[in-house]
Design a protein around this ligand. Sequence first.
Ligand SMILES: [Fe+2]
Ligand SMILES: [Fe+2]
Length: 179
Amino acid sequence: MADKPFLTDIKTLRERARKHIEQGAVTEGYSADRETVIKVLNEALATEIVCVLRYRRHYFMASGIHAEGVAAEFLQHSNDEQGHADQIAQRIVQLGGAPNFSPEGLLTRSHAEYVEGETLSDMIKEDLVAERIAIDSYREMIDYVSQNDPTTRQMLIGILATEEEHAEDLSSLLKKLGK
Ligand SMILES: [Fe+2]
Ligand SMILES: [Fe+2]
């Protein structure tokens, strides 16, 4: 270990970069299991799409005295989840994969569920459950990619932070409603 230099020498680095140029951002130094990372990212993509749809439904169905502020929150979250889906799809392409947007099997690939919910508080509770699922699965993904794919890791950390904010928003909405 002691004689292994911290950085690859410039000559080797340059030579390696010229090889397999068709692989774009994926270089020889990429040490993660690319296929598995792409598969896991496609599951995250499915989760985000399901969350976009569920929040969208809740946005349009929210009604009652407290509905206005809550509906605005649902819409904001739906848009955030769409942003996550786009980031993930972009990363899958960078890794040489194909983002799976197929409606077929979407719910099976997704970690979170699609629950419509009857009342405003049912909707908020279901969204909170979905966020908590997302939080745990993003945390696991971050551990999985570890140091082998810092770009994917950084993206996932950013998404995780937003899901934690979402969960916090929902739990304070529930408190405001006295549920
Ligand atoms: Fe998300
Ligand atoms: Fe979220």
